[in-house]
Design a protein around this ligand. Structure first.
Ligand SMILES: [Zn+2]
Length: 368
């Protein structure tokens, strides 16, 4: 059986990627087919291309009841050595919220980001941003780290290798990244952070529990990282106990992408639904998308969580953080922001501003 739908009434997904402006119809079709009511578009910026955030703003403008937008930060100024100029990170965060974005997405803390911009999040460059984020109480979906296997060439899965997600002695170490987060949270204990992919602690639930106990305002999302399901399935009883105890700290997510086929989307969401809701023992279907790896990689054992826990995980926790409905977008402000992103891209990479997604979105929104 490759399709598995949820019995839940209201499903919010805190971790979805809108890849391209051309994906509007496929994103809507995936949403519909997976039974997800509202999606958070986590929008990592690609500053040299003027892409990553504009297409999400477009979806929010056109389908305002369906899509939350968590905006990524733009590091063009740092990355271009000052060729492009950008507002400070604190100003960016405040402006995105002001225009109607619902939160912030961060990927500063994935080792590949660190390869591009070797600035730890404890650096003064981030100081004012953290202060402001704490003050504003803005929810942040933050990808920190990666699975252990990515530092071990012998254990690196094929799908990760293909993405250049294998790390060596020159890369930042896993424990270093965790230590930096601890430092940020110690300085700013009020930050409301959803750590993506279970914070890559699925192989060590006692440590995950300690982390939750030490930091009462942090959450984990369930976006695979398929290793998360395999790790927790090794001891499904311990997994179930953890999920029951921390049901108010776990947020449903899929890492769905608008570039998947509808079938792949249904399979991806179905794997997470089935893991949470059933007591089945199963494998990833053959037809699953590439990043979920082949069926032979592991076994998933369902946790058969009760409805009360499911309701928190599927909707209650995210609603507490980001509200029940997406905030309305100030379209004029979004157009102006997209125009700025287009010229930042041109200054940074030489790509013509008019050819960026940002400029196209600005034009489409202005013409509505
Ligand atoms: Zn993701």
């Amino acid at each position: 059986m490759s399709e598995w739908s949820s019995k839940a009434k209201d499903i919010l997904d805190c971790h979805v990627h809108m890849r391209s402006l051309a994906d509007e119809e496929s994103m809507l079709a995936i949403r519909e087919a997976t039974g997800i009511d509202r999606m958070v578009l986590v929008s990592i910026q690609n500053p040299g291309e003027g892409a990553g955030l504009p297409q999400s703003l477009y979806m929010k403008a056109c389908h305002s009841s369906l899509f939350f937008v968590f905006a990524g930060l733009n590091h063009a100024e740092k990355l271009s050595g000052g060729k492009a100029s950008t507002p400070s990170l604190a100003e960016q965060a405040a402006a995105y919220l002001e225009m109607g974005c619902d939160g912030i997405k961060m990927i500063e803390g994935k080792p590949t980001s660190r390869q591009k911009m070797d600035i730890p999040v404890t650096d003064p460059y981030f100081a004012e941003y953290w202060e402001r984020a704490e003050e504003l109480g803005v929810p942040i979906v933050w990808h920190v780290n990666d699975p252990e296997e990515f530092w071990d060439p012998d254990a690196l899965p094929g799908w990760a290798k293909e993405r250049n997600w294998g790390y060596g002695p020159d890369d930042v170490r896993k424990e270093q990244l965790y230590a930096e987060v601890d430092e940020v949270l110690t300085r700013h204990p009020g930050l409301r952070i959803i750590f993506a992919h279970f914070y890559f602690l699925s192989a060590d639930l006692p440590r995950a529990a300690r982390f939750f106990d030490e930091h009462p305002t942090v959450y984990f999302d369930l976006a695979p990282g398929i290793e998360m399901l395999y790790n927790i399935s090794r001891d499904p009883e311990a997994g179930r106990e953890f999920f029951l105890k921390y049901a108010d700290r776990i947020v449903f997510g899929t890492d769905l992408s608008s570039s998947l086929s509808v079938e792949e989307g249904v399979i991806r969401a179905g794997i997470v639904y089935r893991w949470l809701e059933s007591d089945d023992t199963f494998r990833v279907p053959e037809e699953a998308d590439f990043l979920l790896g082949p069926p032979e990689d592991g076994i998933v054992r369902g946790m058969a969580l009760p409805d009360v826990a499911l309701a928190r995980i599927y909707s209650g926790n995210l609603i507490r953080l980001a509200g029940s409905r997406p905030r309305p977008l100030d379209v004029q402000a979004a157009i102006a922001a997209c125009e700025r992103l287009a010229s930042i891209a041109e200054a940074m990479s030489g790509k013509r501003a008019a050819e960026t997604d940002a400029a196209q979105v600005a034009e489409r929104l202005a013409g509505r």
